[in-house]
Design a protein around this ligand. Structure first.
Ligand code: PMP
Length: 344
C-alpha cells in the first residue's frame, strides 16, 4: 500500500511525482525491462496538469496574470481541464476553444470545472476562422487582460516537462533508462522530457508515437510539411495537422505511426492484462512500443520507459464502449468484447 499520508493545502500540490509502474504481462517475452509513467495519477488525471500549473505560475512570476484575469486556450480536453482546475484554485476565468472531436464527457467535465467552452469543427484547416486556433486568437484579442496559453507554440510547454517529467523519470530509473517511448501532440511532453534525459545521458533513445493522418513523422524525416499526410482520424491528442513549435524535432530519434484500431485494442489490453485503465493515447503508446519491438529496437539491456498520458474514464463513450467500437468496425471477433456478460 502507498505510504504517503501527507495532508495538502490544495489539489495543486499533488501535481507531478506520478508513479512509474513496471509492465508485466502485456510485454510477453520482449527482451529488457519496461515500465510506464502513469500520468493519470495527477489530480486532473493527465500530464497536462504539469504544463497548466507551470505556465500559469510563470505568468504570475512575470506579473502578466493577476486574480480575476482570463486564461484562454485551445485544447483537446485535457489541457483545458487542467487549466480550469488551476484557474478555480487561483481565481482566474477560463475560456476554452475545443475540437468537436473531443468526447462529450470531456466537454461536460470542462464545464463542471467552471470553464466557458466553445466547440469548434475538427476537420477544418488550422487557418480557417472556425478552427479552434483562430477562435482562441480572436477571443484573446477581444478580451482585455486575457492570457493565451497557446500550448502548441509555447516554449514553456517544453520547459514544464524539462523541469518535472524528465527529472522524475531520471530519478525513478536511477539513471538507467535507455529508451523513452512517448506520444507527440503539441510535442511538449516528449521534447521536454527528452531534453532533460539527453542532458544527463545523450545515449538515451527517444522514440515518438504519431497517428496515421498526422504530419509529424513525415516532417521529422524530410523537414517538409506534406499536406497529403493529413486526413481525419479518431485518436484525440495524438499527432497534428500542423508543425508545433513546442516540438523539438532534434530531440526525437524516430517516429512510429499507429492506427486508430490497434491503439483502441491495445488500450483495452492494458486494462485486462495490467489492470491499468487508461486513455486512447496510452493504448497508442503501448501499441507503438510493440511495433518498435517487432522492428528489433530493444534487447536484454534495454530499460524502456513509456509515458501514459491520461485516464480511461474520459473514453467510456469511445474505446471502452462496445457500441462505439462496433460503429467503427473495430470489434469483429468475440475475443474483443470487454468481458462476457451473462444475463440471468
Ligand atoms: N495524450 C493525450 C490524451 C493528450 O491530450 C495529449 C496532448 N494533446 C498528448 C497525449 C500529447 O502530449 P503532448 O501535447 O505533450 O505532445
Amino acid at each position: 500500500m502507498r505510504e504517503d499520508l501527507h495532508v495538502y493545502d490544495n489539489v495543486l500540490q499533488l501535481v507531478g511525482n506520478t508513479p512509474l509502474i513496471n509492465l508485466n504481462k502485456i510485454i510477453k517475452d520482449f527482451p529488457g525491462k519496461y515500465s510506464a509513467k502513469i500520468e493519470a495519477f495527477n489530480p486532473g488525471h493527465s500530464s497536462k496538469d504539469r504544463i497548466a500549473l507551470y505556465i500559469i505560475e510563470e505568468a504570475e512570476r512575470k506579473g502578466i496574470l493577476k486574480p480575476g484575469d482570463t486564461i484562454i486556450e485551445t485544447t483537446s480536453g485535457n489541457t483545458g481541464f487542467s487549466i480550469a482546475m488551476v484557474s478555480c484554485i487561483k481565481g482566474y476565468n477560463c475560456i476554452l476553444a475545443v475540437s468537436s472531436k473531443s468526447s462529450k464527457d470531456k466537454i461536460d467535465m470542462l464545464k463542471t470545472m467552471g470553464a466557458k467552452v466553445h466547440v469548434c469543427p475538427a476537420n477544418v484547416p488550422a487557418d480557417d476562422p472556425r478552427s479552434y486556433y483562430e477562435v482562441a486568437k480572436r477571443l484573446h484579442s477581444e478580451i482585455k487582460g486575457s492570457v493565451y496559453i497557446n500550448q502548441y507554440f509555447n516554449e514553456l510547454n517544453i520547459d514544464a516537462h524539462f523541469n518535472s517529467t524528465g527529472p522524475e523519470i531520471w530519478k525513478q530509473t536511477e539513471g538507467s533508462i535507455t529508451h523513452l517511448v512517448a506520444c507527440s501532440g503539441t510535442g511538449g511532453t516528449i521534447s521536454g522530457t527528452a531534453r532533460f534525459l539527453k542532458s544527463k545521458n545523450p545515449e538515451v533513445k527517444i522514440l515518438g508515437i504519431d497517428a496515421f493522418g498526422s504530419v509529424l513523422k513525415k516532417y521529422h524525416e524530410t523537414k517538409e510539411f506534406d499536406k497529403d499526410e493529413i486526413y481525419p482520424y479518431r485518436i484525440e491528442g495524438l499527432g497534428k495537422n500542423l508543425i508545433p513549435s513546442a516540438t523539438d524535432f532534434e530531440m526525437i530519434d524516430k517516429f512510429m505511426k499507429v492506427s486508430d484500431e490497434d491503439a483502441a485494442h491495445t488500450a483495452r489490453e492494458l486494462a485486462r492484462t495490467e489492470g491499468l485503465f487508461l486513455g486512447y493515447t496510452s493504448g497508442a503508446a503501448m501499441q507503438g512500443l510493440k511495433q518498435y519491438q517487432e522492428d528489433g529496437e530493444f534487447d536484454e539491456n534495454s530499460n524502456v520507459v513509456l509515458i501514459f498520458p491520461d485516464h480511461g474514464s474520459r473514453y467510456m463513450s469511445k474505446i471502452y464502449s462496445d457500441d462505439w467500437m462496433n460503429e467503427q468496425c473495430f470489434l469483429d471477433t468475440q475475443k474483443d468484447s470487454k468481458s462476457q456478460s451473462i444475463e440471468i
